[in-house]
Write a protein that binds this ligand. Structure first.
Ligand code: UDP
Length: 237
């Protein structure tokens, strides 16, 4: 298994990793731990884009299940991702990492709008760019937002930090005999409905030749290990 050559990457974290051991919301101590992982990636000389979900605060589907209009609930979910982005910005800046947040829903007092050329400049200057509010439209997820930004920012890989150490042929939580793939094709992920990212995100990565590295973000130092080729992960390509 050879890792893609990486100079610029997009890291996607689900909102849940910011909760720590809480049931809901943001645990600042845990956000700081995640920020240390991001800093370690930057310290390896990479340009880093970041997308964080909002599931620790609000998911559109959950709101819709309780009777809200789906699109309205999705906008609430997008706003949740902006809160997470600001929390991560704050943690990264505590560590001396310069950042900019760019939101797909304009919020002039809070952060920049998404402007690709400006994001490009931030990355060249060594800043981490945190893309918030997904693609800015309901009926999407931040996985799709991550794939979209990875494509438009010409990222060499999309790094998907989750709570499992890769992609398995069945759910490793319920099946102890589940086998982890070292590499797996986009086609197999889509045909077998393997739970990597949602299908539209996987298809966008496939169509734009962006490999997805799935790894566990829960173990300290793991992102840096994955980037230096010493980690455990699955490459979707
Ligand atoms: N969302 C959306 N459009 C987007 C991105 C996100 O409508 O482009 C909403 C959607 O309701 C989603 C919520 O924001 O449930 C939070 O994002 P997501 O579920 O992707 O977060 P994660 O599971 O990664 O924490």
């Amino acid at each position: 298994m050879t890792l893609p050559k990486m100079k610029r990457v997009l890291l996607k974290l689900s909102g849940e990793v910011l909760m720590g051991s809480q049931e809901y919301g943001i645990d600042p101590a845990f956000v700081l731990e995640m920020a240390k992982e991001v800093k370690a990636a930057k310290d390896q000389g990479l340009q880093v884009c970041l997308v964080i979900g909002g599931g620790n605060i609000f998911r559109g589907m959950a709101g819709a299940a309780q009777g809200m209009e789906r699109a309205q609930a999705d906008y609430m979910g997008m706003l949740a991702t902006v809160m997470n982005a600001l929390a991560m910005q704050s943690a990264l800046e505590q560590l001396g990492v310069h950042t900019r947040v760019q939101s797909a829903i304009q919020m002039d007092q809070v952060c920049e709008p998404v402007i690709r050329r400006r994001a490009e400049r931030h990355l060249e200057k060594g800043r981490v760019v945190i893309f918030a509010a997904g693609v800015g439209a309901p009926y999407f997820t931040t996985d799709s937002g991550a794939a979209l930004r990875a494509a438009e920012m010409n990222c060499d890989a999309l790094l998907k930090g989750t709570s499992v150490d890769g992609v398995y042929d069945s759910d490793p939580k319920s099946n102890p005999d589940a086998i982890r793939y070292e590499t797996v094709s986009f086609g197999r992920v889509l045909a077998d409905n393997l739970r990597v990212m949602d299908a539209s995100a996987v298809a966008l990565c496939r169509d734009n030749d962006i490999p997805i590295l799935v790894f566990s973000i829960r173990e300290q130092g793991n992102l840096a290990r994955v980037l230096s080729g010493e980690g455990v992960q699955t490459i979707v390509q």
